[in-house]
Design a protein around this ligand. Structure first.
Ligand code: HEC
Length: 151
């Protein structure tokens, strides 16, 4: 009798665990939520990796994912994720965004010079504003954004 009791306890516990997993998986449509469903079984049996021969479609997907969305980030996005660290507070003597007095003499140098300085570095201004994966186009957009906000 004791054995039967503990056996049914184990069974109950298993059922509860199953329900908990099912609740986690509730983003799946009904019928695919159970850990015993074909979906879950297929996931458990799926290989941990796959080989993709160059030129195959799966390879293109990976390449696209590596390149991000493929779209260059906007000037505002680049500014917020990198440049703002210095140009919002004026850290290290950086001219602040919106400080037109500080920016006027710089803007007079022309946008090309400013982009070059932002891309290659200029005194305490680090190359690319420390945004290592920024393209020249993105740095250009960020400079345009800063200048546009600081006139
Ligand atoms: C580590 C701090 C820091 C970061 C991050 C930074 N800057 Fe700067 N930036 C400076 C400083 C300091 C100066 C002033 C340099 C000087 O005039 O001596 C400056 C100057 C500039 C100038 C004016 C250059 C000139 O010729 O007068 C531009 C344009 C500029 N930054 C753009 C950017 C952009 C775009 C980013 C982000 C991609 C960025 N900065 C990120 C510190 C920073």
């Amino acid at each position: 009798m004791k054995k039967l009791l503990s056996a049914s306890l184990v069974l109950l516990a298993t059922l509860f665990a199953g329900t908990a997993v099912a609740a986690e998986n509730s983003s799946y449509p009904l019928g695919q939520r159970s850990i015993f469903s074909d979906r879950a079984t297929a996931e458990r049996l799926a290989p941990v990796g796959s080989v993709c021969v160059e030129g195959e479609e799966c390879g293109a997907q990976v390449a696209a994912a590596e390149a991000g969305s493929g779209e260059p980030r906007s000037g505002e996005q680049v500014y917020n994720s990198g440049c703002a660290a210095c140009h919002a507070s004026g850290a290290a003597g950086a001219p602040k965004l919106g400080d037109s007095a500080a920016w006027a003499p710089r803007i007079d140098k022309g946008i090309d010079t400013l982009v070059k300085h932002a891309y290659e570095g200029f005194n305490a201004m680090p190359a690319k504003g420390m945004c290592a994966d920024c393209s020249e186009e993105e740095i250009h957009a960020a400079v345009e954004y800063i200048v546009g906000q600081s006139k």
